[in-house]
Design a protein around this ligand. Structure first.
Ligand code: DWN
Length: 393
């Protein structure tokens, strides 16, 4: 049975930043509700937006704009070379090449459906196919040679049709090949009240228990995993075909499943409690912003993330409370956040002269950003963060 546990209200498409011209036009909105499937333990959003409306030729997000992510991709690339020494790698969802560039051009191919983003890696002569990942594409790419390593980070959660995805993977992956899937993990998401991990693009947030069940249908299994700090808590799964005897199943897999069950990720009541904590977080965030505003503090946002879209629209925060957002992404600058219509301004170092409080939209890069803005903090500037709990730091 599929059961609703959280209503995040009417939301616009998270990465549809608005041009000034369109700011007064009606935006497309949908009701964002989060559901739990008690058969396979999958947690997902209940209204799926057509893929082409989200991932097209004006997709703004760039993976390589954070040092944290660049370092993380470099590290896993070195592990892949040492541990698996692959001859032919496919990356599903290669974005602007943050992972691709760690490999020899002849050994890797990127799949990136967003034309404008794929253009970045094509320009650097990395073979990039501007299409969605399908069985047809898998057959075409691997007609003469299957891949011995398929990598995909922060992409699986964006794809609704898991049958098509894993059937295509089974076509493209060699008998002894390895599939590495990485993305936001459900355990830290629920534990730390990270409700902004849910928005139109994130159709699923996977747990190990749910992913294992899904993989079983395709004769695939997890044989190892890494728990990561990236994006507020991610998991990286090493997966093989069931009849691939080259790799033994690491005990970490069972340990993680036990941990998730202990926390209750297989029980609906866990999600009901999460939902209550999210509602409390919303009230606290609104109250603290209103109080600061009353005290005449200048409040801005930092990191106009897709996640911020969920928070701002769920909590009904607009430019009366947050004056503007700073961001480094070229395609977001001088546009307005969807729904809340708060302006995004080109990043410049924070100064206490014109800012008192900074709402951290990119809270997942807290360490990186706080390091960068140490002068502002020294001058008495404060960051407002909403996960795991709303507080000023
Ligand atoms: O899955 C997804 C993730 C990986 O990326 C996508 N569906 C969309 C996107 O989600 P997001 O926008 O929530 O991702 P980030 O990586 O949290 O976005 C960080 C934002 O903050 C970017 O717009 C860049 C900006 N930023 C900045 O202005 N200064 C980031 C850092 C580290 C900085 O120092």
């Amino acid at each position: 049975m599929i059961r609703k546990f959280l209503n995040l209200g009417y939301q616009p498409l998270a990465n549809s930043y608005l041009h000034k011209k369109k700011i007064n036009k009606k935006e497309k909105k949908f009701k964002l509700e989060i559901v739990f499937n008690d058969k396979n333990f999958l947690v997902s959003i209940n209204k799926k937006i057509p893929t082409k409306e989200m991932f097209n030729s004006s997709y703004p997000y760039r993976s390589s704009l954070s040092n944290t992510m660049m370092k993380s991709f470099k590290k896993i690339s070195n592990t892949i070379k040492k541990r698996f020494n692959p001859e032919f790698i496919i990356e599903i969802g290669s974005n602007d090449g943050a992972f691709l560039y760690n490999f020899n051009k002849k050994k890797i191919i990127g799949i990136e459906p967003c034309k404008n983003v794929a253009a970045v890696t094509k320009k650097k002569n990395y073979k990039t196919i501007t299409e969605y990942w399908t069985k047809k594409l898998a057959k075409y790419i691997t007609k003469s040679n299957q891949s011995d390593l398929i990598y995909s980070a922060n992409t699986l959660s964006h794809i609704e049709d898991l049958n098509e995805t894993f059937d295509a993977i089974n076509i493209a992956l060699s008998k002894n090949g390895v599939l590495i899937l990485e993305g936001p993990a459900l355990l830290p998401c629920i534990k730390n009240n990270i409700y902004d991990q849910f928005y139109c693009e994130h159709i699923y947030v996977f747990s190990t228990i749910a992913l294992s069940k899904v993989l079983k249908n395709f004769n695939l299994e997890i044989f190892d995993l890494n728990i990561l700090n990236t994006h507020g808590g991610s998991a990286r799964y090493f997966i093989k075909k069931k009849d691939n005897k080259k790799y033994k199943i690491n005990k970490k897999v069972k340990q993680e499943i036990t941990k998730e069950r202990k926390f209750g990720l297989h029980k609906f009541s866990t999600y009901q409690s999460f939902s209550k904590r999210v509602e409390a977080s919303k009230s606290r965030l609104i109250n603290i912003l209103k109080k600061l505003k009353k005290e005449n503090k200048t409040i801005i946002g930092y990191g106009a993330t897709a996640k911020s879209c969920t928070v701002l629209n769920y909590c009904k925060i607009d430019n009366n409370l947050i004056k503007y957002f700073l961001d480094t992404t070229p395609d977001k600058i001088n546009k307005y956040l969807p729904g809340s219509k708060i302006k995004i301004i080109k990043y410049k170092k924070l100064s206490k002269k014109n800012v008192d409080i900074v709402f951290l939209g990119a809270w997942n890069f807290k360490k990186e950003i706080l390091r960068k803005e140490h002068k502002f903090i020294k001058e008495g500037g404060k960051f407002l963060i909403h996960v795991p709990n709303v507080k000023l730091i």
